[in-house]
Design a protein around this ligand. Structure first.
Ligand SMILES: [Zn+2]
Ligand SMILES: [Zn+2]
Length: 280
């Protein structure tokens, strides 16, 4: 696909996300990735709760692209936005990384995703330097940074950029001195440059993005020919009752609106275990 060859694509980041994003998109699209760091992305929300993340992940990613295009005067943008939390059904930590691509001249948007349990996201109250070291070692310190504050995770006083044991000790002692409860909250730093595990997940999301971008419309060649609609109701293998499983994917071109129906993407029948009649 030659559409983006030698064209500028802007990435708004001050957390060094270009380290993984730039080589992948430049290799796949032949574009020139330009980093824009004049806007402070932390204003759109931080992981350490000083500033609340006001919008959904996709909306925040859109806002970052908008800022990037505005500052750089480039008309194609890319942005990345992560979220961390508990898995909806299991007591494990879960990372969702979204990477968004927007071409203003085509008014075309597409995103790549990584979702999975590979994250060190954690926090702990500690009362001694030894406990702080124990936590740090467990989460992959010092290649993964930690953040400290006195008492609890709502404390305004906060020390970031801790990535060696001397700084950790100093920060621990300072936070302990400021603490009203003789305890210190230690947590993982989730900013991309401070967290190689997260950086690697951003890389996987970027690979997913270019994979989707490189699928072109069979009619007009526009990039990012993808599933726009899922038709559910695949019949049960036992009784034929429609299930929640997809029976068709509808791919639609964002440019010429060419439609392709992909029949039975998950097989021709759904297992009886998912049937409301056979297995209520
Ligand atoms: Zn098309
Ligand atoms: Zn059934």
């Amino acid at each position: 696909m030659r559409l983006y060859e030698n064209r500028k694509v802007v990435l708004l980041t001050k957390h060094k996300k270009e380290e993984v994003i730039k080589p992948i998109v430049e290799e796949a699209l032949g574009c020139i990735l330009q980093v824009e760091n004049r806007f402070d992305t932390d204003k759109l929300g931080t992981f350490t709760r000083e500033i609340k993340r006001p919008k959904s992940q996709l909306d925040t990613a859109r806002l970052k692209i908008k800022k990037g295009l505005k500052y750089s005067k480039v008309d194609i943008g890319i942005s990345s936005e992560g979220s961390f939390g508990s898995h909806p059904f299991a007591p494990i930590q879960w990372n969702t990384e979204l990477i968004l691509f927007y071409d203003k001249s085509l008014n075309f948007e597409i995103f790549g995703l990584y979702e999975g349990p590979e994250t060190n996201c954690d926090e702990c109250i500690v009362r001694s330097y030894e406990e702080a070291v124990e936590f740090s070692n467990r989460i992959g310190f010092p290649s993964h940074y930690v953040i400290l504050r006195p008492d609890h995770n709502k404390s305004k006083f906060i020390i970031k950029n801790i990535n060696d044991y001397d700084t950790l000790k100093e920060a621990f002692e300072l936070c302990l001195k400021k603490s009203k409860t003789q305890s210190v909250l230690i947590e993982t730093d989730m900013r991309a440059f401070a967290n190689p595990t997260r950086m690697n997940n951003i890389k996987k999301a970027t690979e997913n993005l270019v994979e989707k971008l490189l699928i072109t419309c069979p009619e007009c060649g526009a990039p990012g020919f993808q599933v726009q609609e899922i038709i559910r109701g695949l019949p049960c293998e036992m009784c034929g009752f429609p299930s929640e499983i997809a029976k068709e994917y509808i791919h639609v071109c964002h440019r010429c609106k060419h439609k392709m129906v992909e029949k039975y993407p998950c097989g021709e029948h759904s297992p009886a275990q998912y049937c409301e009649r056979c297995n209520p």
